[in-house]
Design a protein around this ligand. Structure first.
Ligand code: ATP
Length: 455
């Protein structure tokens, strides 16, 4: 299996992902996306949005604000319950998430959701050592809230406290009534959102797998439990998520699996939670969670806000509080999976075999020599024409070999070279990323051939 270090190095070398606050020595668990990374990230979000929001008739989109009312997070249970169990090493002062610390040294255990006392007990029982200084000198395990508080300048005292959202889901629940009242939706229907969430997490440094700021793609799928059985909807969502990952993102099925949450691990309001897991270099880990949240969230917000969040049932007549099934994914985790899954080495050559839909650039255009005006002019005209409907990139630096090398490393599916023969017969070479084979194509046929190959 490919190591995470290789991906980290490639990401920095080729403008995909840089460490956050880099010139100031970095800020732990934050990352910046470079010119190539931002394109890939946007492509993944676009594919997600097209598939779920524009592609499924009864799902609509939303973009709620990141900073939100303190009462929202009290009602949802996050100010009291959204916490990780942490433990400090008294010798070297490093801080760890207690469940991850134990699981990393006892791989067959899953202790997520266990109470603090139990985790303290397990740390003692298994003689868990500090990964940093190798000592066994722990504080007791205690809870640490993940929400980021912010203080608003325009209001006084207690009222100034708001929070950066810890999940995008709550923005959907609090807009449930707005959406129902202002659009033509009827049960069952989904509301989807992509956006940043913030969690003050203690992380293990697995690159972008777990960061304090990240993007989520969440859907709340509302239904009437009197009309539809949750089990059926749950199964349909499992299939849809699997299809998205294997067909839309072209991920290897063998690296995916479903895992059901144990009773201890599952949130108290959820009747069933299953994770779609991917085999990362550090083990099978959650990529995408699927949870049946019942009507817990809407009821909580109804009680706290005093607003009526019920809806008329589809048969007409009585008012009901819909139940909800939630598929929730981390977009940055999708990106990490995509990079790992597409990385390949062919001798010296590193190739990101990205699905063309995901690749930052669909083709690169080169003049064979940068100092021959005829070649540059011809190549420019091809580049300008293709740019009208494809994201293409220009490169005239170094020799052709180096340019191929650089494009392979960022996963550009095709390279087009204008050479001296072009000036004679109006053809260019088209080189395929995966096979490294070249063919000559007539310029007028270029656009269509490329579109065909990229499909
Ligand atoms: P985990 O168990 O990994 O902490 P979670 O169960 O708390 O995740 P959810 O609240 O269900 O996660 O969030 C939905 C998705 O958001 C997760 O499946 C994951 O892909 C992503 N996610 C959650 N926390 C982070 C994070 N700190 N950094 C990056 N992605 C995250």
């Amino acid at each position: 299996m490919i190591s995470l270090e290789k991906i980290v190095a490639l990401a920095k070398r080729r403008g995909i992902i840089y460490p956050g606050s880099d010139i100031y020595g970095g800020l732990a668990n934050t990352y910046d996306y470079g010119p190539v990374g931002v394109e890939i990230l946007r492509n993944i979000k676009d594919i997600w949005w097209k598939f779920f929001v524009q592609g499924i008739d009864n799902i609509v989109g939303l973009d709620a604000s990141i900073i939100s009312h303190q009462k929202l997070w009290q009602a949802s249970g996050h100010t009291s319950g959204f916490a990780d169990a942490m433990v400090d090493c008294k010798s070297c002062k490093s801080r760890f998430r207690a469940d991850h610390l134990i699981e990393n040294q006892k791989e067959d255990l899953n202790v997520e959701g266990q109470p603090e006392e139990k985790l303290s007990e397990l740390i003692k029982k298994f003689h868990i050592k500090c990964p940093n200084c190798k000592k066994e000198n722990w504080t007791s395990v205690r809870k640490f809230n993940l929400l980021f508080p912010v203080n608003l300048g325009i209001v006084e005292g207690d009222q100034s406290l708001a929070y950066l959202r810890g999940e995008t889901a709550q923005g959907i629940f609090i807009n449930f009534k707005n959406v129902v009242d202002s659009t033509r939706v009827k049960l069952p229907f989904g509301i989807a959102q992509i956006g940043k969430s913030f969690r003050n997490e203690i992380t293990l440094g697995n690159f972008i797998f777990r960061t304090i700021e990240f993007e989520q793609g969440e859907i709340e799928y509302f239904f009437d439990p009197g009309q539809d059985t949750w089990e059926k909807i749950f199964e349909t969502w499992k299939k849809t998520m699997w299809t998205f990952v294997t067909k839309q993102l072209s991920i290897d099925e063998k690296k995916l699996r479903w895992r059901k949450h144990s009773d201890e691990e599952r949130s108290f309001y959820s009747t069933r939670t299953e994770d779609l897991e991917y085999q990362f270099p550090f083990g099978f880990k959650e990529l995408w969670g699927l949870a049946y949240r019942t009507d817990y969230d809407l009821r909580q917000h109804m009680e706290a806000s005093g607003e009526d969040l019920t809806i008329e049932d589809p048969a007409g007549g009585k008012r009901i509080t819909p139940h909800v099934i939630e598929p929730a994914v981390g977009i940055n985790r999708l990106l990490l999976m995509v990079l790992l899954d597409s990385y390949s080495e062919d001798g010296e050559r590193v190739v990101l075999k990205l699905d063309p839909k995901i690749a930052a650039y669909k083709a690169a255009v080169f003049p064979l020599l940068a100092n021959k005006p005829d070649l540059v002019k011809k190549a420019r005209s091809i580049y300008d024409a293709l740019k009208q409907d494809l994201n293409v990139v220009w490169d005239d630096r170094g020799n052709i070999g180096k340019r191929y090398f650089a494009q392979d490393e960022i996963g550009t599916p095709f390279c087009l070279t204008v050479d001296f023969q072009t000036l004679e017969d109006n053809t260019v070479t088209l080189r395929d990323r995966d096979s490294a084979k070249q063919e000559r194509l007539k310029i007028p046929e270029l656009q269509n051939t490329l579109k065909e190959k990229l499909r």
